[in-house]
Write a protein that binds this ligand. Structure first.
Ligand SMILES: [Zn+2]
Length: 461
């Protein structure tokens, strides 16, 4: 089943036009986790500088998002955790001894000046990006200040405090019946997986190093529970994976997911710590190997949000995110770097490239074959239900759901089983009377149950 593909030069169709909304807040580069901390928000400013100096501002719309409010953050996080983030500072830290332990702030996730504003910028970009996609105002939204995939409902983790991705996906779920989340950071996307582990409205798929590596989760056999069973996918990899090998596992997994699950929106986390030579990572992807994932996901022409994530060798993260922004705009940026205010970071070659090393690739074809076979077997359970119909087709009363599902076990916390919900659903046309949030997507295949859940989300406002 696993076939090693050749790694070809990346191609774009320069005649194809995509509407790109790029979110950037110039303040983001000013926040600092503290001396010696590997996470440096400055890399986002470096990437932005390359993006601007390559002239990509002529191709895309650039926005500064409104920072996420406390209320918006609490759509996922607990009130007490967000309240803590909004009040704690390096100066009053001593008054929060108990909370520091409870919310896991300290070493990896230090309290620094402006922490809450930093969270607001990261979250605001992903939420507004999702809202623009929802309204059909763009085809692709980009927020490199986002991608902080380890943050939990009530806890900071792995340099992440606010889970902007979960907030963005919650926003997408107001309009999209099924959202696919793809994570190419070298670390497991645990916070996002956990948030949607019990739902079939979001499929999460994380490619990561597994085995004696942070955060320790993301085994092949972790596949989701309840209604979410088979809707979490984990691709646990070993050290040294190279471009061709990564492509050979990434492309078939993603193709199968899109074919079977039929997502109507995709969120792609582009953590740059899977690049060769990363300060914390252990993979061996070149800039092109990483960017191939972005180009491949884009080729499906599904509304898409691209967020940042990890990445601890700043010059390489900046190079890669700039190159990927080019691809999203259907441009292969030339390798000669334009002059920019951080030019000296890119010596001695001053080129737009991240080259692989000669490190050993511990991912054998047999190992990858086992992973791919297992994932494809599991995916067969997610094939979108044949009872699904287009929204404007009158419904067959015989086809409202599976009575067998209407058991005590099938009941969930969202107001009953699929069967019960199907019978409670209003006419779909009545669900969109909020004019300023017009539906961005036409002809999405959508079940009444999905419609009902979308409606419930919108009522929580
Ligand atoms: Zn990471």
């Amino acid at each position: 089943m696993y076939v090693q593909l050749p790694f070809d030069e990346l191609r774009v169709d320069s005649t194809q036009k995509k509407r790109i909304a790029y979110f950037y807040d110039a303040d983001v580069g000013n926040y600092a986790y503290g001396a010696g901390h590997p996470m440096k928000p400055h890399r986002i400013r470096m990437a932005h500088s390359l993006i601007m100096n390559y002239g990509l501002y002529k191709k895309m719309e650039i926005y500064r998002a409104k920072p996420a409010t406390k209320q918006e953050m609490c759509q996922f996080h607990t009130d007490e955790y967000i309240d803590f983030l909004s009040r704690v500072t390096p100066d009053n830290l001593d008054n929060f001894a108990k909370e520091q332990i409870k919310f896991n702030v300290g070493d990896d996730c230090p309290v620094f000046d402006g922490l809450f504003e930093y969270c607001g910028i990261s979250g605001g970009g992903s939420m507004e990006g999702a809202a623009r996609l929802n309204r059909g105002k763009c085809d692709i939204a980009i927020n490199y200040a986002g991608g902080l995939h380890h943050a939990k409902k009530s806890e900071a983790s792995g340099f992440c405090y606010l889970n902007d991705i979960v907030l963005g996906i919650i926003e997408l779920l107001r309009y999209h019946p099924r959202v696919l989340y793809i994570d190419i950071d070298v670390h497991h996307g645990d916070g996002v997986e956990e948030a949607f582990y019990t739902t079939d409205r979001v499929m999460t798929c994380s490619f990561h190093k597994y085995g004696e590596f942070f955060p320790g989760t993301g085994e092949l056999r972790d596949i989701g529970v309840g209604k979410g069973k088979y809707h979490a996918i984990n691709v646990p990899l070993r050290d040294g994976i190279d471009d061709a090998t990564y492509k050979s596992i990434f492309e078939p997994v993603i193709s199968h997911i899109i074919e079977w699950y039929q997502p109507s929106a995709i969120v792609l986390q582009c953590g740059g710590d899977s690049l060769s030579g990363d300060r914390l990572g252990c993979f061996n992807l070149s800039m092109s190997g990483h960017a191939n994932c972005v180009n491949f996901v884009k080729s499906f022409n599904i509304p898409m949000m691209v967020v940042g994530g990890g990445g601890y060798t700043m010059r390489n993260v900046a190079r890669t995110w700039a190159f990927e922004s080019g691809l999203l705009n259907n441009v292969v940026l030339p390798s000669e770097l334009p002059y920019n205010e951080y030019f000296e970071y890119y010596g001695p070659d001053y080129k737009l490239d991240v080259r692989p090393s000669n490190m050993y690739n511990a991912n054998s074809p047999e190992f990858l074959n086992k992973i791919l076979t297992n994932i494809i077997q599991n995916l067969e359970h997610t094939k979108h239900a044949p009872s699904v119909q287009m929204q404007d087709v009158p419904r067959d009363p015989e086809d409202l759901g599976d009575v067998d599902e209407d058991t005590a076990e099938a009941k969930d916390t969202r107001g009953g089983s699929q069967f019960a919900r199907d019978h409670e659903t209003e006419k779909p046309g009545e669900l969109y009377d909020d004019d300023d949030k017009d539906k961005g997507e036409k002809n999405i295949t959508i079940t009444e149950a999905e419609q009902m859940e979308i409606d419930e989300l919108n009522q929580e406002e």
